[in-house]
Design a protein around this ligand. Structure first.
Ligand code: ARG
Length: 245
């Protein structure tokens, strides 16, 4: 039993070293972006991206904490090391790639205009005749619409919001004619509120997890984790739960 005691002591010592080595990474999320990230009834972060990263963390041996924050400042927060990654419906764009490095893409979305359910607008109408168009601040769609407007002769008036639901609120109360956003939050809104999708605009975009350029170890774990997740039945369960009707 002396041998047993020594063996058990060694086992416990190794276990505690292994546990202590498990790193904790902070994932910055926009908690107003269902179904990718939101806060559930109990105040807990939830959504497709949150559940995906929790699974990947457990599989790859790290801990992840999801921290709700302003979307507009999320890349600066990543660079300032207030967070370690952004797994929260972020499009991989050339502009962002100048500052940060993305994981491999894990999802593709189209972008759509949303208007009141009884609206007579078409997608083309949004570009014509001084319409008021809402977008979330700091998004790829805000950038793209703003940049292309002069060359394409679009003369909508762009209004900026801190979240997609706030833009939807102004669609509902008539302050803006339409809002531009990714299709999934738009479908989420259309299922809950008297709004509808007018149609798509722009090009489909890939979502990826944003990391600091130098964090190759974390990025490797994320990429490996997604590979395992996509080969696991849980991936289909997540898609059924959050992304497909
Ligand atoms: N396509 C947009 C972007 O990446 C979506 C941003 C909104 N996503 C979010 N989690 N708020 O800029």
């Amino acid at each position: 039993s002396f041998v047993y005691t020594v063996v058990m002591a060694l086992v416990l010592a190794f276990a505690s070293v292994a546990a202590a080595e498990e790193k904790t990474y902070i994932n910055g999320i926009d908690a107003n972006y269902p179904p990718f990230a939101y806060v559930d009834k109990d105040g807990k972060p939830a959504g497709f991206d949150v559940d995906s990263m929790n699974w990947i963390a457990a599989k790859m041996g790290f801990k992840v904490v999801h921290k709700p924050m302003d979307w507009d400042g999320i890349v600066p927060s990543l660079l300032a090391k207030k967070i370690d990654m952004v797994c929260s419906g972020m499009s991989i764009t050339d502009a962002r790639k100048k500052q940060i490095t993305f994981s491999e893409p894990y999802w593709t979305v189209s972008q759509v205009f949303v208007a009141k359910k009884d609206s007579k607008l078409s997608v083309d109408d949004v570009y014509k005749g001084k319409k008021k168009l809402g977008v979330q601040r700091g998004t790829s769609e805000a950038d793209a619409l703003q940049k292309q407007a002069p060359e394409k002769g679009w003369n909508f008036e762009l209004r900026f919001y801190d979240s997609a639901p706030l833009a939807i609120e102004d669609v509902l109360n008539g302050r803006i004619d339409a809002a531009g956003m990714d299709i999934l939050p738009a479908e989420d809104a259309a299922a809950k509120k008297p709004v509808k999708i007018l149609g798509t605009f722009g090009e489909p975009e890939d979502f990826g997890v944003a990391t600091r350029n130098e964090d190759t170890e974390l990025r490797g774990k994320i990429n490996e984790g997604y590979k395992l997740l996509m080969a696991d039945p849980y991936w289909q369960q997540l898609k059924d739960k959050y992304l497909q009707k």
